[in-house]
Design a protein around this ligand. Structure first.
Ligand SMILES: *Cc1c(COP(=O)(O)O)cnc(C)c1O
Length: 358
C-alpha cells in the first residue's frame, strides 16, 4: 500500500489557466513550468494547459523547458531563461527553445551555438531594472543592443523579446523598475530591434496591476492556485495539488504515512490542522517517515488524511502551510519528495480502499 501521494487535479489547472488568461487578455500568458512544473510534472501540466489555451511556457532550468517543448511541439513557444553553458545552449537551440539572455558573454555564446547547430536563435534580451539578480545593467544596455542588432543582421539571432524581472515587493520599487524597462525598450528600438513581446511581471503584479501586463506575463504560482504569502485569495483560482497520506497505525493518535523525509515540513507539527474523514484535526508532530494526527471517531487503518490541498475539507493550502512554517506557498509543493507518487485526475477519493468522505 502506498502511504502517501500527491494528487494533481488537471481539471482544476485548466480552470485556473482559463481564469488567468481571461484576466490578462489582451496580454498573453506564459505558464511557468520551472522545477518540473513546481514538482507537479511537466508533461501532464503542459498538456492540460495547452487544452486551456496556453501558447507560451517557460522556466529557468533546461530539463523542464526541453520537456515542455517536446510535449507542446508547435502548439506553443517555450522560453528558457537560465544562463547556459555552450553545450547546453546548443541543446536548447536544437530543441527549439527560445532563450532569455541577460549578459553580453552569454549573447556571444548563443551566437557561437547557432553556428554549430545551424539554427537562428530566438532570444529575449533581459535588462536589470533593479533586482540585481540577472540582466544587463542599464549602463551596458546600449552596447548590448547594438551587438544583438549586428547578430540579427548577420542572421544568427532574432530578437523576439525584451524583458525584465521585478521585485513585487513594493509598488514604488515596481514603478521605478517599469520606468527603467520602458527606457530600455525605447533604446532597443533605437538600436534597430523590433521585439514582438515585452514582459516584466509574474503572478502578483500581473494580477493586481494591469499596467504591468504589456504583451506577455510569466505566471507560475497563480496558475497552480498558490496565492501570495499573506496575500488575498485569487478569485477563480484554487490549488491544484493535494498531498494525501494514509493512516498506518492507530493508538492515542493516528499515524499517517508522510514525514519530513518525504518533504513535509517538520515545523508544521503543533501549528496546523489537517483534514481527516472525521473532520479537521490537529497535526501533533511530524517525524522523519510519518506524522501524528489527533484521533477522530471511527478512525481506521487506510483512512486518507489531506496534509495540504485546496482547503475544501479544512486542510491548509500550500500557502497556509508556508505561512505556518515561515516560507512561501511554492515551497511545500517543491519539497514533496520525487519518491512520493504523482497521481493525476483521481478526483477527491479515487485510489482509496477507504475513500475520504467529504
Ligand atoms: C519563477 C518566475 C516567475 C513566476 O513567478 P510566480 O510568482 O510563481 O508567478 C516569473 N518570472 C521569472 C523570471 C521567474 O523565475
Amino acid at each position: 500500500m502506498i502511504s502517501a501521494e500527491l494528487r494533481v487535479d488537471l481539471d482544476r489547472l485548466r480552470r485556473n489557466v482559463r481564469a488567468v488568461r481571461a484576466r490578462m487578455a489582451p496580454a498573453e500568458l506564459l505558464v511557468v513550468i520551472k522545477d518540473d512544473a513546481y514538482a507537479q510534472g511537466v508533461e501532464p501540466i503542459v498538456t492540460a494547459a495547452l487544452d486551456a489555451g496556453a501558447v507560451w511556457f517557460g522556466g529557468i532550468d533546461l530539463p523542464s523547458a526541453v520537456r515542455a517543448k517536446r510535449t507542446a511541439g508547435d502548439r506553443a513557444r517555450v522560453l528558457c531563461w537560465m544562463t547556459l553553458a555552450e553545450a547546453e545552449a546548443e541543446a536548447a537551440l536544437r530543441s527549439g527553445l527560445e532563450v532569455g539572455v541577460g549578459d553580453a558573454d552569454y549573447l556571444d555564446r548563443i551566437a557561437r551555438a547557432t553556428e554549430t547547430t545551424a539554427t537562428c536563435a530566438r532570444v529575449h534580451l533581459k535588462i536589470d531594472t533593479g533586482l540585481h539578480r540577472n540582466g544587463v545593467r542599464p549602463e551596458a544596455w546600449n552596447a548590448f543592443c547594438a551587438r544583438a542588432a549586428a547578430l540579427e543582421r548577420a542572421g544568427r539571432i532574432r530578437v523576439v523579446g525584451i524583458w525584465t524581472h521585478i521585485a513585487e515587493a513594493s509598488d514604488a520599487e515596481d514603478d521605478a523598475s517599469r520606468s527603467a524597462f520602458d527606457d530600455a525598450v525605447t533604446a532597443a528600438e533605437r538600436a534597430g530591434l523590433d521585439a514582438e513581446v515585452r514582459h516584466l511581471s509574474a503572478s502578483a503584479a500581473a494580477w493586481h496591476r494591469p499596467e504591468f501586463r504589456y504583451d506577455l506575463v510569466r505566471i507560475g504560482a497563480f496558475c497552480y492556485g498558490i496565492r501570495s504569502e499573506h496575500g488575498p485569495d485569487i478569485p477563480g483560482v484554487a490549488p491544484i495539488s493535494s498531498l494525501v497520506a494514509r493512516v498506518t497505525e492507530l493508538g492515542d493518535v493516528a499515524t499517517v504515512g508522510v514525514g519530513s523525509v518525504d518533504g513535509y515540513p517538520s515545523s508544521a507539527g503543533g501549528r496546523i490542522s489537517v483534514a481527516t474523514p472525521g473532520g479537521v484535526r490537529q497535526l501533533v508532530r511530524v517525524d522523519p517517515f510519518s506524522s501524528l494526527v489527533e484521533l477522530w471517531d471511527g478512525a481506521a487503518i487506510g483512512d486518507e488524511v489531506i496534509m495540504f490541498g485546496p482547503g475544501d475539507a479544512g486542510e491548509p493550502t500550500p500557502t497556509d502551510l508556508g505561512e505556518a512554517t515561515g516560507t512561501v506557498g511554492e515551497e511545500p509543493l517543491l519539497r514533496v519528495s520525487p519518491l512520493v507518487p504523482r497521481v493525476y485526475d483521481k478526483g477527491a477519493s479515487p485510489s482509496g480502499e477507504t475513500p475520504l468522505s467529504r
